[in-house]
Design a protein around this ligand. Structure first.
Ligand code: NAD
Length: 391
């Protein structure tokens, strides 16, 4: 099957590489000629590095490159069985692109969007045949990140998720299924990693170095929240937070912070601009986050952030955003968490999680700290998320 990709930026070019490596011919389209040239140059560079590292043969690289077509017209999508859109995150532009696309492809073609935050239902609604539209959310960099969230819209043909599930397996990916809700699985459940860390900083209960240290040394996370936000970019991270918050009717748990807003205002976007929470400019002292610290304080910081993540995961299960296994796999494969959050809850004990949430709620009387009904009912019944497994 021929695969079409719209948008040859970071995501589109990565998805094209994955599909071509899996043996498909790929038609990669962009309105910006420079983006197409950049995509081709970067792909050649990446593939040749894989040869240098002995992970691919020269012949494989030649074949993958030959399976790529870089085009400046959507007419080239005529033969595609699946087209994946990965353009700018703007609903009106995406809807208009889907309308044009539908007038070109065959009636059988599947149309997918890689949107991170927009409603799949509203993109599908722009089409004459909305039942063929679905969300297919890859993670950055697409060739390295195993997770793909499959998001059927209200209108999507019920058979389509399993077709794409099989296809993603054949691309070497780990597909999970999410309901069409803001942030899907990963971008929703990960919010407290950033927002609770910023709260702790704002309250003066820990410095950014201490919070990063706590999450890495006690939590086992690869990067601390402040390092990670600097890496992602505050413009991107703030936009996702604000979008999930707004789309969830101003749910207090997802409320963005002034601290991050001011970094965006100042243009301190993180690594890419040389400054964020930390200073990356030439001559600045290196970021030091794993030094020794007040172990009791670090433990409290770690417990507060992780229990908020657990609560978020439990709530996602409660509201059927995804299955237990998909929620846990999504967080380990999509954002490299050291273990699934629901499994983590079992390890701590559900009653402990409930008590920690209740303590936060009683302290702040802020609805963002309300304990998920899922944790409450499991605690009441003395149950666990994984009742048949040894902890
Ligand atoms: N970057 C990430 O970490 C990430 C992760 C998952 C999903 N996404 C989503 O993937 C999509 C693309 O993100 P990205 O980071 O690759 O963006 P990007 O800015 O790197 O690339 C977007 C590309 O789309 C092209 N484009 C814009 N409008 C177009 C149009 N009308 N027709 C054809 N091409 C057009 C641009 O020229 C650009 O090359 C967004 O919806 C984003 O939310 C991004």
């Amino acid at each position: 099957m021929q695969i079409g990709i719209i948008g040859s930026g970071a995501m589109g070019s990565g998805i094209a590489q994955v599909a071509a490596t899996a043996g498909h011919t790929v038609v990669l389209y962009d309105t910006n000629q420079e983006a197409l040239v950049r995509a081709r140059t970067q792909l050649e560079h990446i593939l040749h590095r894989l040869v240098e590292k002995g992970r691919m043969t020269g012949q494989e690289v030649t074949d993958i490159l030959q399976r790529h077509q870089f085009v400046d017209t959507m007419d080239a999508f005529r033969e595609c069985g699946l087209v994946i859109e990965a353009i700018v995150e703007n609903l009106d532009i995406k809807r208009s692109v889907f309308q044009t696309l539908e007038s070109i492809v065959t009636r059988e073609a599947i149309l997918a969007t890689n949107t991170s935050s927009l409603s799949i239902a509203s993109i599908a609604a722009a089409c004459q045949a909305p039942e063929r539209v679905i969300g297919l959310h890859f993670f950055n960099p697409a060739p390295l990140m195993k997770l793909v969230e499959i998001i059927p819209a209200l209108q999507t043909d019920p058979g389509l998720p399993s077709t794409l599930h099989q296809l993603m397996l054949s691309w070497g990916k780990y597909p999970v299924q999410a309901r069409d809700t803001p942030g899907f699985i990963v971008n929703r459940i990960a919010r407290p990693f950033y927002s609770e860390s910023i709260r702790i900083l704002e309250e003066g209960l820990g410095t950014k170095e201490e919070i990063d240290t706590a999450m890495k040394t006690i939590g086992g996370f690869r990067m601390g929240p402040f390092e990670l936000m600097d890496f992602i970019g505050h413009d991107v991270n703030y936009a996702v937070t604000e979008s999930v918050w707004t789309a969830c009717y101003f749910e207090p748990r997802y409320q963005p912070s002034f601290t991050q807003r001011r970094l965006v205002d100042a243009g301190w976007l993180g690594r890419k601009s040389g400054r964020g929470f930390y200073d990356y400019r030439l001559g600045a002292s290196p970021v030091e986050t794993t030094g020794p610290g007040d172990s009791e304080k670090l433990r409290r910081i770690y417990e507060r952030i992780v229990v908020m993540l657990i609560n978020e995961a439990a709530d996602a299960l409660y509201y059927n955003i995804a299955s237990r296994d998909d929620i846990d796999q999504a967080m380990t494969l999509g954002v490299n968490y050291p273990k699934g959050l629901l499994r983590w809850a079992d390890e701590w004990g559900i009653a402990t999680c409930e008590a920690r949430m209740d303590r936060l709620f009683n302290n702040y009387h802020d609805p963002r700290y309300r304990c998920s009904p899922m944790l409450k009912s499991l605690a009441q019944q003395g149950e666990r998320f994984y009742p048949n497994e040894n902890i």
